[in-house]
Design a protein. Structure first.
Length: 93
């Protein structure tokens, strides 16, 4: 193998993984929006009190309720929702 042919082979070998990884970036961008819904919370998924995603019917209801709460006087608003019970978890020290 001559020097130029070897350099061309090394260039092609290096370009193949680079192009493959660049292609994965666009796939993951579109898939990440829906895959987060299926990952459990303990593994880094959405928390239980996360608002619904934009573009869904639940999102429109959520925004209407949020606007209604915003327009009410502060003393008449519903109390803020409490965090989920985490008594079953061990303390982290």
């Amino acid at each position: 193998m001559t020097v130029r042919l070897r350099q061309l082979a090394i260039l092609l070998i290096a370009a193949l993984p680079a192009c493959s990884l660049a292609g994965c970036g666009t796939i993951n961008e579109h898939m990440s929006a829906s895959m987060g819904d299926y990952i459990p919370q303990w593994a880094g998924g959405l928390p239980a009190d996360a608002p619904p995603r934009p573009g869904t019917a639940k999102y429109d209801e959520f925004m209407k309720e949020r606007e209604r709460q915003r327009l009410m006087p502060a003393d008449q608003r519903d109390p803020k929702p409490t965090k989920p019970d985490q008594s079953g978890l061990d303390p982290v020290h």
